[in-house]
Design a protein around this ligand. Structure first.
Ligand code: ASP
Length: 432
Protein backbone atom coordinates (compact mmCIF):
# COMPACT_ATOMS: atom_id res chain seq x y z
CA UNK A 1 0.00 0.00 0.00
CA UNK A 2 1.43 3.43 -0.79
CA UNK A 3 2.07 6.05 1.82
CA UNK A 4 -0.71 8.43 0.78
CA UNK A 5 -3.29 5.67 1.20
CA UNK A 6 -1.91 4.79 4.62
CA UNK A 7 -2.06 8.45 5.66
CA UNK A 8 -5.65 8.74 4.43
CA UNK A 9 -6.63 5.65 6.40
CA UNK A 10 -4.92 7.05 9.51
CA UNK A 11 -6.83 10.29 8.98
CA UNK A 12 -10.19 8.58 8.65
CA UNK A 13 -9.52 6.38 11.70
CA UNK A 14 -8.46 9.41 13.78
CA UNK A 15 -11.57 11.36 12.82
CA UNK A 16 -13.97 8.48 13.53
CA UNK A 17 -12.35 7.55 16.85
CA UNK A 18 -11.94 11.21 17.80
CA UNK A 19 -15.64 11.91 17.20
CA UNK A 20 -16.63 8.82 19.20
CA UNK A 21 -14.46 9.89 22.14
CA UNK A 22 -15.68 13.47 21.87
CA UNK A 23 -19.30 12.44 22.01
CA UNK A 24 -19.08 9.63 24.56
CA UNK A 25 -16.43 10.59 27.11
CA UNK A 26 -18.44 12.74 29.48
CA UNK A 27 -16.35 15.09 31.59
CA UNK A 28 -15.28 13.66 34.95
CA UNK A 29 -15.82 10.01 34.02
CA UNK A 30 -12.99 7.51 34.47
CA UNK A 31 -12.89 6.89 30.71
CA UNK A 32 -12.58 10.61 30.02
CA UNK A 33 -9.82 10.90 32.60
CA UNK A 34 -7.93 7.97 31.10
CA UNK A 35 -8.16 9.27 27.52
CA UNK A 36 -7.14 12.72 28.66
CA UNK A 37 -4.18 11.73 30.81
CA UNK A 38 -2.70 8.88 28.81
CA UNK A 39 -3.64 9.63 25.21
CA UNK A 40 -4.53 13.28 24.56
CA UNK A 41 -1.95 14.68 26.98
CA UNK A 42 0.33 11.65 26.90
CA UNK A 43 1.28 9.32 24.10
CA UNK A 44 -0.53 11.07 21.26
CA UNK A 45 0.70 14.49 22.33
CA UNK A 46 4.29 13.24 22.18
CA UNK A 47 3.85 11.51 18.81
CA UNK A 48 2.08 14.55 17.29
CA UNK A 49 4.64 17.07 18.56
CA UNK A 50 7.56 14.90 17.53
CA UNK A 51 6.14 14.55 14.03
CA UNK A 52 5.61 18.30 13.59
CA UNK A 53 9.12 18.90 14.96
CA UNK A 54 10.44 16.39 12.41
CA UNK A 55 8.86 18.40 9.61
CA UNK A 56 9.87 21.78 10.96
CA UNK A 57 13.47 20.83 11.58
CA UNK A 58 13.93 20.24 7.86
CA UNK A 59 12.38 23.48 6.64
CA UNK A 60 15.36 25.82 6.95
CA UNK A 61 18.09 23.41 5.71
CA UNK A 62 15.91 22.25 2.85
CA UNK A 63 14.80 25.69 1.67
CA UNK A 64 18.33 27.05 1.92
CA UNK A 65 20.16 24.19 0.22
CA UNK A 66 17.51 23.64 -2.41
CA UNK A 67 17.21 27.30 -3.36
CA UNK A 68 20.99 27.76 -3.56
CA UNK A 69 21.07 24.78 -5.95
CA UNK A 70 18.13 26.15 -7.90
CA UNK A 71 19.61 29.62 -8.37
CA UNK A 72 23.11 28.32 -9.01
CA UNK A 73 21.77 26.19 -11.87
CA UNK A 74 20.16 29.17 -13.62
CA UNK A 75 22.62 30.16 -16.33
CA UNK A 76 20.39 32.96 -17.40
CA UNK A 77 19.65 35.14 -14.39
CA UNK A 78 16.93 37.11 -16.15
CA UNK A 79 14.84 33.97 -15.67
CA UNK A 80 14.66 34.68 -11.96
CA UNK A 81 13.05 38.04 -12.71
CA UNK A 82 10.46 36.37 -14.95
CA UNK A 83 9.78 33.66 -12.37
CA UNK A 84 9.23 36.29 -9.68
CA UNK A 85 6.90 38.51 -11.69
CA UNK A 86 4.75 35.63 -12.95
CA UNK A 87 4.63 33.79 -9.63
CA UNK A 88 3.89 36.82 -7.47
CA UNK A 89 1.32 38.01 -10.05
CA UNK A 90 -0.50 34.69 -9.93
CA UNK A 91 -0.24 34.41 -6.15
CA UNK A 92 -1.90 37.81 -5.73
CA UNK A 93 -4.38 37.23 -8.57
CA UNK A 94 -5.65 33.91 -7.20
CA UNK A 95 -5.97 35.46 -3.73
CA UNK A 96 -8.09 38.32 -5.08
CA UNK A 97 -10.33 35.82 -6.93
CA UNK A 98 -10.65 33.78 -3.72
CA UNK A 99 -11.73 36.90 -1.85
CA UNK A 100 -14.22 37.97 -4.50
CA UNK A 101 -15.90 34.54 -4.29
CA UNK A 102 -15.78 34.53 -0.48
CA UNK A 103 -17.32 37.98 -0.10
CA UNK A 104 -20.02 37.30 -2.72
CA UNK A 105 -20.95 33.99 -1.09
CA UNK A 106 -21.13 35.62 2.36
CA UNK A 107 -23.32 38.45 1.01
CA UNK A 108 -25.71 35.95 -0.55
CA UNK A 109 -25.79 33.38 2.26
CA UNK A 110 -25.80 36.00 5.05
CA UNK A 111 -24.26 33.81 7.78
CA UNK A 112 -24.32 36.70 10.29
CA UNK A 113 -28.02 37.51 10.00
CA UNK A 114 -29.84 36.67 13.22
CA UNK A 115 -26.68 35.89 15.25
CA UNK A 116 -26.75 37.52 18.69
CA UNK A 117 -23.76 39.70 19.34
CA UNK A 118 -22.43 39.12 22.80
CA UNK A 119 -21.13 42.10 24.68
CA UNK A 120 -18.26 40.65 26.66
CA UNK A 121 -15.82 39.71 24.00
CA UNK A 122 -12.09 39.97 24.37
CA UNK A 123 -9.55 39.54 21.65
CA UNK A 124 -6.12 41.04 21.37
CA UNK A 125 -5.73 42.49 17.88
CA UNK A 126 -2.51 42.95 15.99
CA UNK A 127 -1.09 46.28 14.85
CA UNK A 128 -0.31 46.32 11.15
CA UNK A 129 3.42 46.59 10.47
CA UNK A 130 4.15 49.67 8.31
CA UNK A 131 4.71 48.70 4.68
CA UNK A 132 8.25 50.14 4.59
CA UNK A 133 9.16 47.99 7.59
CA UNK A 134 7.83 44.87 5.86
CA UNK A 135 10.21 45.51 2.95
CA UNK A 136 13.15 46.40 5.23
CA UNK A 137 12.57 43.16 7.18
CA UNK A 138 13.17 41.15 4.02
CA UNK A 139 16.87 42.05 4.01
CA UNK A 140 19.02 39.82 6.18
CA UNK A 141 21.77 41.35 8.27
CA UNK A 142 22.97 38.02 9.60
CA UNK A 143 22.17 34.83 7.70
CA UNK A 144 22.62 32.61 10.74
CA UNK A 145 20.22 34.78 12.72
CA UNK A 146 17.72 34.66 9.85
CA UNK A 147 17.92 30.87 9.83
CA UNK A 148 17.71 30.61 13.60
CA UNK A 149 14.58 32.77 13.59
CA UNK A 150 13.13 30.99 10.54
CA UNK A 151 12.73 34.32 8.69
CA UNK A 152 11.73 32.82 5.37
CA UNK A 153 11.95 35.90 3.15
CA UNK A 154 15.44 36.71 4.47
CA UNK A 155 16.56 33.12 3.91
CA UNK A 156 15.15 33.21 0.37
CA UNK A 157 16.97 36.44 -0.44
CA UNK A 158 20.29 35.25 0.99
CA UNK A 159 20.05 31.89 -0.81
CA UNK A 160 19.34 33.63 -4.12
CA UNK A 161 22.34 35.95 -3.70
CA UNK A 162 24.60 33.05 -2.79
CA UNK A 163 23.30 30.91 -5.69
CA UNK A 164 23.83 33.82 -8.07
CA UNK A 165 27.44 34.25 -6.89
CA UNK A 166 28.09 30.51 -7.21
CA UNK A 167 26.89 30.51 -10.81
CA UNK A 168 29.22 33.45 -11.60
CA UNK A 169 32.38 32.16 -9.90
CA UNK A 170 33.74 29.76 -12.50
CA UNK A 171 35.54 26.64 -11.28
CA UNK A 172 35.33 27.35 -7.50
CA UNK A 173 31.63 28.07 -8.01
CA UNK A 174 31.19 24.69 -9.71
CA UNK A 175 32.88 22.94 -6.80
CA UNK A 176 30.63 24.68 -4.26
CA UNK A 177 27.58 23.93 -6.44
CA UNK A 178 28.49 20.24 -6.46
CA UNK A 179 28.65 20.22 -2.69
CA UNK A 180 25.26 21.91 -2.46
CA UNK A 181 23.79 19.43 -4.96
CA UNK A 182 25.05 16.56 -2.81
CA UNK A 183 23.52 18.16 0.27
CA UNK A 184 20.26 18.65 -1.58
CA UNK A 185 20.06 14.91 -2.28
CA UNK A 186 20.78 14.12 1.34
CA UNK A 187 18.22 16.56 2.75
CA UNK A 188 15.57 15.32 0.32
CA UNK A 189 16.27 11.78 1.50
CA UNK A 190 15.70 12.99 5.05
CA UNK A 191 12.30 14.38 3.99
CA UNK A 192 11.35 10.97 2.59
CA UNK A 193 12.49 9.25 5.79
CA UNK A 194 10.42 11.55 8.02
CA UNK A 195 7.41 11.18 5.72
CA UNK A 196 7.36 7.49 6.52
CA UNK A 197 6.24 8.33 10.04
CA UNK A 198 3.36 10.42 8.74
CA UNK A 199 0.53 7.91 9.32
CA UNK A 200 1.32 7.89 13.06
CA UNK A 201 1.88 11.64 13.26
CA UNK A 202 -1.28 12.45 11.33
CA UNK A 203 -3.32 10.05 13.47
CA UNK A 204 -2.05 11.61 16.69
CA UNK A 205 -2.63 15.20 15.60
CA UNK A 206 -6.09 14.60 14.21
CA UNK A 207 -7.35 12.37 17.00
CA UNK A 208 -6.35 14.95 19.59
CA UNK A 209 -7.96 17.85 17.73
CA UNK A 210 -11.21 16.06 16.97
CA UNK A 211 -11.51 14.56 20.46
CA UNK A 212 -11.06 18.00 22.06
CA UNK A 213 -13.05 20.08 19.57
CA UNK A 214 -16.38 21.48 20.74
CA UNK A 215 -18.90 20.51 18.12
CA UNK A 216 -21.69 22.48 19.71
CA UNK A 217 -19.95 25.70 18.70
CA UNK A 218 -19.84 24.53 15.10
CA UNK A 219 -23.58 23.94 15.21
CA UNK A 220 -24.20 27.41 16.66
CA UNK A 221 -22.07 29.08 14.01
CA UNK A 222 -23.04 26.59 11.31
CA UNK A 223 -23.85 29.17 8.63
CA UNK A 224 -20.45 30.84 9.03
CA UNK A 225 -18.55 27.56 9.31
CA UNK A 226 -20.11 25.95 6.25
CA UNK A 227 -19.89 29.12 4.14
CA UNK A 228 -16.12 29.14 4.70
CA UNK A 229 -15.85 25.40 4.02
CA UNK A 230 -18.02 25.70 0.89
CA UNK A 231 -15.94 28.52 -0.60
CA UNK A 232 -12.71 26.69 0.27
CA UNK A 233 -13.98 23.65 -1.63
CA UNK A 234 -15.05 25.74 -4.63
CA UNK A 235 -11.65 27.39 -4.74
CA UNK A 236 -9.75 24.11 -4.52
CA UNK A 237 -11.99 22.08 -6.80
CA UNK A 238 -13.07 24.68 -9.38
CA UNK A 239 -10.76 27.71 -9.45
CA UNK A 240 -7.39 25.88 -9.34
CA UNK A 241 -8.47 23.20 -11.82
CA UNK A 242 -9.71 25.96 -14.15
CA UNK A 243 -6.37 27.77 -13.81
CA UNK A 244 -4.48 24.57 -14.56
CA UNK A 245 -6.51 23.50 -17.54
CA UNK A 246 -7.14 26.92 -19.13
CA UNK A 247 -3.88 28.72 -18.41
CA UNK A 248 -1.45 25.81 -18.20
CA UNK A 249 -3.14 23.20 -20.38
CA UNK A 250 -2.45 20.34 -17.97
CA UNK A 251 -4.88 17.76 -16.61
CA UNK A 252 -6.32 19.14 -13.34
CA UNK A 253 -7.46 15.71 -12.18
CA UNK A 254 -3.91 14.39 -12.28
CA UNK A 255 -2.90 17.44 -10.26
CA UNK A 256 -5.62 16.93 -7.66
CA UNK A 257 -4.70 13.27 -7.21
CA UNK A 258 -1.04 14.09 -6.72
CA UNK A 259 -1.56 16.86 -4.18
CA UNK A 260 -3.78 14.74 -1.93
CA UNK A 261 -0.80 13.64 0.15
CA UNK A 262 0.51 17.14 0.78
CA UNK A 263 -3.02 18.30 1.63
CA UNK A 264 -3.20 15.74 4.44
CA UNK A 265 0.06 17.07 5.92
CA UNK A 266 -1.24 20.65 5.72
CA UNK A 267 -4.60 19.65 7.15
CA UNK A 268 -3.18 17.83 10.14
CA UNK A 269 -0.44 20.33 11.00
CA UNK A 270 -2.45 23.50 10.14
CA UNK A 271 0.86 25.02 9.07
CA UNK A 272 1.99 25.77 5.52
CA UNK A 273 5.44 26.52 6.94
CA UNK A 274 5.85 23.09 8.51
CA UNK A 275 4.52 21.49 5.32
CA UNK A 276 7.19 23.10 3.07
CA UNK A 277 9.37 19.96 2.89
CA UNK A 278 6.44 17.88 1.67
CA UNK A 279 5.17 20.61 -0.68
CA UNK A 280 8.61 21.00 -2.24
CA UNK A 281 9.06 17.28 -2.64
CA UNK A 282 5.60 16.99 -4.21
CA UNK A 283 6.32 19.83 -6.65
CA UNK A 284 9.58 18.31 -7.82
CA UNK A 285 9.06 14.58 -7.65
CA UNK A 286 5.31 14.08 -8.03
CA UNK A 287 4.43 16.99 -10.34
CA UNK A 288 7.71 17.22 -12.24
CA UNK A 289 8.54 20.91 -11.65
CA UNK A 290 12.27 21.61 -11.99
CA UNK A 291 14.12 22.48 -8.80
CA UNK A 292 15.23 25.85 -10.22
CA UNK A 293 11.62 27.07 -10.07
CA UNK A 294 10.04 25.03 -7.26
CA UNK A 295 12.81 25.80 -4.75
CA UNK A 296 11.86 29.47 -5.14
CA UNK A 297 8.07 29.39 -5.55
CA UNK A 298 7.23 26.87 -2.81
CA UNK A 299 8.86 28.61 0.20
CA UNK A 300 7.69 31.96 -1.17
CA UNK A 301 4.14 30.63 -1.52
CA UNK A 302 4.15 29.17 1.98
CA UNK A 303 5.07 32.64 3.22
CA UNK A 304 2.91 34.98 1.14
CA UNK A 305 0.25 32.98 -0.73
CA UNK A 306 -2.72 32.13 1.48
CA UNK A 307 -5.91 31.90 -0.53
CA UNK A 308 -7.63 29.76 2.10
CA UNK A 309 -6.78 32.29 4.79
CA UNK A 310 -8.08 35.13 2.60
CA UNK A 311 -11.36 33.23 2.14
CA UNK A 312 -11.82 32.88 5.89
CA UNK A 313 -10.98 36.56 6.39
CA UNK A 314 -13.43 37.66 3.67
CA UNK A 315 -16.33 35.57 4.97
CA UNK A 316 -15.55 36.47 8.59
CA UNK A 317 -15.54 40.22 7.89
CA UNK A 318 -18.89 40.11 6.10
CA UNK A 319 -20.25 37.83 8.84
CA UNK A 320 -19.19 40.23 11.59
CA UNK A 321 -20.60 43.21 9.66
CA UNK A 322 -23.96 41.43 9.32
CA UNK A 323 -23.94 40.52 12.99
CA UNK A 324 -23.41 44.16 13.95
CA UNK A 325 -25.94 45.35 11.38
CA UNK A 326 -23.29 47.31 9.45
CA UNK A 327 -23.77 47.76 5.72
CA UNK A 328 -20.31 47.63 4.16
CA UNK A 329 -21.36 49.18 0.83
CA UNK A 330 -19.39 48.79 -2.37
CA UNK A 331 -16.38 50.76 -1.10
CA UNK A 332 -16.31 48.69 2.07
CA UNK A 333 -16.37 45.47 0.07
CA UNK A 334 -13.54 46.60 -2.18
CA UNK A 335 -11.59 47.63 0.93
CA UNK A 336 -12.14 44.15 2.39
CA UNK A 337 -10.84 42.53 -0.80
CA UNK A 338 -7.76 44.77 -0.94
CA UNK A 339 -6.83 44.60 2.75
CA UNK A 340 -7.56 40.89 3.12
CA UNK A 341 -5.28 40.22 0.13
CA UNK A 342 -2.52 42.10 1.96
CA UNK A 343 -3.42 40.58 5.35
CA UNK A 344 -3.16 37.08 3.90
CA UNK A 345 0.25 37.97 2.43
CA UNK A 346 1.32 39.10 5.90
CA UNK A 347 -0.05 35.97 7.59
CA UNK A 348 2.66 33.59 8.75
CA UNK A 349 2.30 29.93 7.77
CA UNK A 350 1.65 28.78 11.32
CA UNK A 351 -1.55 27.66 13.07
CA UNK A 352 -4.14 30.39 13.80
CA UNK A 353 -2.07 33.19 12.27
CA UNK A 354 -4.88 34.11 9.89
CA UNK A 355 -7.23 34.82 12.76
CA UNK A 356 -4.80 37.27 14.32
CA UNK A 357 -4.31 39.07 10.99
CA UNK A 358 -8.08 39.34 10.56
CA UNK A 359 -7.95 42.25 12.99
CA UNK A 360 -6.15 44.27 10.31
CA UNK A 361 -9.08 43.85 7.92
CA UNK A 362 -11.71 44.57 10.55
CA UNK A 363 -9.95 47.77 11.61
CA UNK A 364 -9.91 49.01 8.01
CA UNK A 365 -13.69 48.81 7.79
CA UNK A 366 -14.33 50.02 11.35
CA UNK A 367 -15.60 46.76 12.76
CA UNK A 368 -14.80 45.73 16.34
CA UNK A 369 -11.72 43.51 16.60
CA UNK A 370 -13.16 41.82 19.72
CA UNK A 371 -15.72 40.07 17.49
CA UNK A 372 -12.93 37.68 16.50
CA UNK A 373 -13.42 36.03 19.89
CA UNK A 374 -16.78 34.80 18.68
CA UNK A 375 -15.44 32.81 15.74
CA UNK A 376 -12.35 31.58 17.58
CA UNK A 377 -14.15 28.50 18.90
CA UNK A 378 -14.69 27.08 15.43
CA UNK A 379 -11.40 28.20 13.96
CA UNK A 380 -9.25 25.13 14.46
CA UNK A 381 -11.06 22.98 11.89
CA UNK A 382 -11.29 25.91 9.50
CA UNK A 383 -7.57 26.58 10.02
CA UNK A 384 -6.74 23.00 9.06
CA UNK A 385 -8.94 23.12 5.96
CA UNK A 386 -7.71 26.52 4.78
CA UNK A 387 -4.09 25.47 5.24
CA UNK A 388 -4.74 22.56 2.87
CA UNK A 389 -6.12 25.09 0.36
CA UNK A 390 -3.15 27.40 0.91
CA UNK A 391 -0.62 24.73 -0.08
CA UNK A 392 -2.78 23.56 -2.98
CA UNK A 393 -2.64 27.14 -4.26
CA UNK A 394 1.15 27.22 -3.98
CA UNK A 395 1.36 24.04 -6.05
CA UNK A 396 -1.25 25.12 -8.64
CA UNK A 397 0.64 28.37 -9.29
CA UNK A 398 4.01 26.61 -9.28
CA UNK A 399 2.76 24.10 -11.87
CA UNK A 400 1.26 26.82 -14.05
CA UNK A 401 4.40 28.97 -14.05
CA UNK A 402 6.50 25.83 -14.66
CA UNK A 403 4.44 25.05 -17.74
CA UNK A 404 4.74 28.62 -19.05
CA UNK A 405 8.49 28.64 -18.49
CA UNK A 406 9.13 25.20 -19.99
CA UNK A 407 10.36 23.71 -16.69
CA UNK A 408 7.53 21.21 -16.20
CA UNK A 409 8.52 17.64 -16.95
CA UNK A 410 5.22 16.39 -18.35
CA UNK A 411 6.27 12.76 -18.35
CA UNK A 412 6.67 12.96 -14.56
CA UNK A 413 3.47 15.01 -14.21
CA UNK A 414 1.46 12.41 -16.11
CA UNK A 415 3.04 9.37 -14.47
CA UNK A 416 0.67 8.42 -11.62
CA UNK A 417 3.45 6.64 -9.73
CA UNK A 418 6.13 9.32 -10.03
CA UNK A 419 7.66 10.23 -6.67
CA UNK A 420 5.25 8.08 -4.74
CA UNK A 421 6.61 6.60 -1.52
CA UNK A 422 5.79 2.97 -0.85
CA UNK A 423 5.11 2.37 2.81
CA UNK A 424 7.21 -0.67 3.58
CA UNK A 425 9.78 -0.63 0.85
CA UNK A 426 13.09 0.79 2.09
CA UNK A 427 14.47 1.05 -1.42
CA UNK A 428 11.68 3.42 -2.39
CA UNK A 429 12.95 6.01 0.08
CA UNK A 430 14.83 7.62 -2.69
CA UNK A 431 15.41 11.15 -3.61
CA UNK A 432 15.28 11.29 -7.35
N1 ASP B 1 -2.52 28.11 9.33
C1 ASP B 1 -2.46 28.80 8.08
C2 ASP B 1 -1.26 28.35 7.29
O1 ASP B 1 -0.27 27.94 7.85
C3 ASP B 1 -2.43 30.28 8.26
C4 ASP B 1 -3.73 30.72 8.85
O2 ASP B 1 -3.89 30.76 10.06
O3 ASP B 1 -4.65 31.02 8.08
O4 ASP B 1 -1.28 28.40 6.08
Amino acid sequence: MNLTKRILIAMAAAIVLGVIVNLTASEGSGFHQFINDYLINGLLLIVGKAFVAGLKVMVVPLVFVSLVCGTASLNDTSRLGRYSVKTIGLYLGTTAVALAIAVTAALIIQPGAGIEKTTELAFQGKEATPFAQVIIDMFPTNPIQAMADGKMLQIILFAILLGFSISHSGEPGRRVANTFNDWNEVVLKLVAVIMHFAPYGVFALLFNTVAKEGFSEIVALGAYFFTVIGVLLVHALVVYPALLSVMAGVNPLTFLKKVRGVQTFAFSTASSGATIPVTLRTAEERLGVKNSLASFTVPLGATINMDGTAIMQGVATVFIAQMYGVDLGLMGILTVIATATLASVGTAGVPSAGLVMLSMVLTQVNLPVEAIALIMGVDRLLDMTRTAVNVTGDLAVTTTVAKWEGVLDEATFNDPKAGELEADDESSVKSS
